[in-house]
Design a protein. Structure first.
Length: 380
């Protein structure tokens, strides 16, 4: 019960600081009282409880408010917000365990679900998650997976105290993360079939850095939701402003079928294919910006990017289609289109494979296990 919620106290004559830090290129300021620079002498329950009680006072309200306003101002998703709080606490506190306790307090008071644990002489923050995170161990607490922010040893002591109204983290990114202002170098991609169809893009450099930290996850054990996480994330506005006018110019005089054909060939032939194991040493799916940024991509990445283009530029519904060992897309056209189809909830989706080089709309890649195909319809 060391984290039992306590009535706020008032500290007289408390010195507060406008503490400033740079978070992925954005300058953020948080009002923090002097006593928030915690220095835990050990990780005994009484020491942790004393530190927690010290933070439970009115002087911390401004800090919590500033953190929440930062989250709103920069559209920070749950993962970005936790990273922001952790960076803030690590830079403000002189003591690693004190920084962990400050992170936990700010995260908890922002409404998120967390637990504290002791690993020898080290304090560890565990965050509850709605999604199963790949390649990361977790602790099952009352049916909820809790993931350690820093890797602990195999045996730790966990405080199971819960807080009213706490909410587990979601790994969904439903808004553009407004990180930094610097853009990457421009990149021009040209289609093979329509060589005049050439479009130039760039992406926010800090967004690419942030995506490097983003954990791969799935919902309810459904691996299809893993790719949907990436595909449903909106493209950065500056990237759209750079890329989309050229693409719109090429496709604007055509019906949606021919426009989809042109976009499909642009993705099929304009990007260089390579296996993740060779490039990264492990499987890694890309957000759309990453495919536009990195020199190589695979079937997952192409499908995610193509699905984003079709939804943004043509306004059509798209599904990701998973065959064992391969990912493609299917498009729900608003007119009758022939070819290989998938019926999803009695709606006709026409297969479009961004990795089947030169294949038209309606053509499935040969040799796949069609009978085992699974589909998930993406958000607009």
């Amino acid at each position: 019960q060391m984290l039992k919620m306590r009535r706020p106290n008032r500290h007289k004559n408390v010195m507060c600081y406008d503490f400033t830090l740079s978070f992925y290129g954005q300058t953020c300021s948080v009002r923090l009282p002097e006593f928030a620079n915690l220095s835990l002498k050990d990780c005994q329950p009484n020491s942790i409880a004393t530190g927690w009680e010290l933070l439970c006072n009115d002087e911390m309200n401004n800090a919590i408010r500033d953190c929440l306003e930062t989250r709103i101002h920069y559209n920070l998703c749950d993962w970005a917000y936790l990273m922001f709080l952790n960076q803030l606490a690590q830079k403000y506190c002189n003591n690693p365990n004190g920084a962990t306790l400050l992170t936990a307090f700010l995260y908890c008071q922002s409404g998120y679900q967390m637990r504290l644990a002791v690993d020898g002489a080290k304090l560890v923050l565990l965050y509850g998650s709605k999604h199963q995170i790949f390649d990361k161990g977790y602790f099952n607490i009352d049916g909820i997976p809790f993931y350690p922010l820093t890797e602990p040893s195999k045996s730790i002591s966990i405080c199971r105290a819960a807080f009213e109204g706490e909410t587990p983290m979601s790994l969904i990114i439903d808004k553009e993360q407004l990180l930094g202002v610097d853009m990457s170098a421009e990149r021009t991609v040209t289609a093979d079939r329509n060589k005049s169809m050439s479009a130039t893009s760039y992406v926010p450099q800090k967004l690419i850095e942030f995506y490097n930290t983003y954990p791969t996850s799935a919902l309810d054990g459904n691996p299809m939701t893993r790719w949907a996480m990436y595909a449903n994330t909106p493209l950065a506005q500056k990237t759209k402003d750079k890329l989309y006018p050229s693409l719109r110019e090429y496709i604007s005089k055509n019906d949606k079928l021919l426009a989809a054909e042109m976009l499909l060939n642009w993705v099929q032939t304009g990007f260089v294919y390579e296996y993740d194991d060779k490039v990264w040493g492990h499987d890694r799916a890309f957000f759309a910006e990453e495919t536009l940024y990195y020199p190589y991509c695979d079937c997952e990445d192409r499908s995610i990017l193509f699905s984003r283009l079709i939804r943004d530029l043509l306004g059509l519904d798209v599904a990701l289609i998973y065959y064992p060992g391969h990912l493609a897309t299917a498009v729900c056209f608003d007119s009758d289109v022939s070819g290989d189809i998938m019926l999803i909830n009695n709606r006709k989706f026409v297969v479009c494979d961004p990795t089947y080089i030169g294949a038209p709309v309606g053509a499935q890649m040969p040799g796949l296990e069609y009978e085992k195909a699974q589909a998930i319809v993406l958000n607009k």
